[in-house]
Design a protein around this ligand. Structure first.
Ligand code: 3PG
Ligand code: MG
Length: 397
């Protein structure tokens, strides 16, 4: 992927004294009082802001928060709590500026201003040209550092990238782009993907896209149950989508035609009820009873998949393979997580539940790259070119 890196501009002294506009993803969860409950995204945005400050830039940062109505400010839409947290992390004041689209505010080199929730600006969502033109005039350099929003073509994620004098990728976005290129464009083989989750329907396009590229497609959760049905196995009353069995068979067939495989579990962990204290039983995949719920892959399947993961060149991981929140049904996810950690493969992981599993098993340091994107990461796996990647490549040409 070809794009201008903000780090290069800074190293060349080209950000010195310049007005730098950073689009970050500071869309953090909040409780009912507005207090931030999880600040990963704010912390992930700090290196870019610091890079700009160290380079002598006058720094403007903005983000969306939630999905507010354009032109109708409500107190809960405000980035004020984010400004406070960002100031703590940076160790310097962060001034919050409202109604900023037409300029009229000052920012000096060495200073950081946080521009109020960009989704309050009329025209942001639909990327109206009038708004994009104004945004471009606010800065000398536009820095896209919001991977979480890279799948949106909005005013501050796309329009400004077309109108600003220079448009480049910040360190967080660049790291995502590099990791994605390493995992999906020029992967060291074998390339294995784990796609797990409750429904085939929500990840069908991902399964279809990966079936054209990966050497092994490990399915888990309700998705695996539908694939087991497709393989002619009884899954009892397990969560599945029988109407998608044909699609699952098509994926298996497409993989087989390339000499690749979708490993179907040979053993499973079952229970009679979906509960943390439900007695767990390990069974052969061929012996599932009509009143059984499959809640995890079995130990034999986990060991086989772990061996494949350890021998992989590249691993893409999206989704836990069992109900890992319950101790009795966490073994599959835990064994695969440990295999990924021990594997010399380059691994990239993303998606809310996946991050929770990584945190639970403490393997953050052993995963090659952990994506900060939710929907954006899934769209990458679907094989789409994200609007942010497209526009930054065009501006680098
Ligand atoms: C997210 O939370 O996934 C990103 O911040 C994108 O938010 P959006 O789905 O409202 O565009
Ligand atoms: Mg909110």
């Amino acid at each position: 992927m070809n794009f201008i890196r903000f780090s290069d501009l800074c190293a060349q002294g080209r950000a010195q004294g310049q007005r730098v506009f950073i689009r970050a993803d500071l869309n953090v969860p909040q409780d009912d009082s507005g207090a931030i409950t999880e600040d990963t995204r704010i912390r992930a945005s700090v290196p870019c802001i610091r890079m700009a400050l160290d380079a002598g830039a006058a720094v403007m940062v903005t983000s969306h928060l939630g999905r507010p109505t354009e032109g109708a400010f409500k107190p809960e839409d405000s980035l004020a709590p984010v400004a406070t947290r960002l100031a703590e992390l940076l160790g310097q004041p962060v001034r919050l500026v409202a109604d900023w689209v037409d300029g009229g505010f000052t920012v000096q080199p060495g200073e950081v201003v946080l521009l109020e929730n960009c989704r309050l600006n009329v025209g942001e969502k639909k990327n109206k040209p009038e708004l994009a033109a104004k945004l471009g005039k606010l800065c000398d350099i536009f820095v896209h550092d919001a991977f979480g929003t890279a799948h949106r073509a909005e005013g501050t994620t796309y329009g400004i990238a077309e109108t600003a004098p220079i448009a480049c990728a910040g360190p967080l976005l660049a790291a995502e782009m590099d990791a994605i290129a390493a995992a999906l464009q020029a992967p060291k083989r074998p390339l294995l993907a784990i796609v797990a989750g409750s429904k085939v329907s929500t990840k069908l396009t991902i399964l279809q896209a990966l079936a054209k590229n990966v050497d092994g497609l490990i399915v888990g959760g309700g998705i695996a149950n539908t694939f087991m049905l497709a393989a002619g196995l009884n899954i009892g009353k397990s969560l599945a989508e029988p109407d998608l069995v044909g699609e699952a068979q098509a994926v298996i067939k497409a993989m087989a035609a390339r000499g690749a495989a979708v490993p179907i579990p040979t053993d499973v962990v079952t229970a009679k009820a979906f509960a943390a204290d439900a007695p767990a039983t390990v069974k052969k995949a061929t012996e599932v009873a009509d009143d059984d719920l499959i809640l995890d892959i079995g130990p034999q399947t986990a060991a086989l998949l772990a061996a494949q993961l350890k021998a992989a060149g590249t691993i893409v991981w999206n989704g836990p393979v069992g109900v890992f929140e319950f101790a009795a049904f966490e073994n599959g996810t835990k064994v695969l997580a440990q295999a990924i950690a021990e594997s010399s493969a380059f691994s990239i992981a993303g998606g809310g539940d996946t991050l929770a599993a990584i945190a639970k098993y403490g393997i953050e340091q052993q995963v090659g790259y952990i994506s900060t994107g939710g929907g954006a990461f899934l769209e990458v796996l679907e094989g789409k070119t994200l609007p942010a990647f497209e526009v930054l490549a065009r501006r680098a040409a």
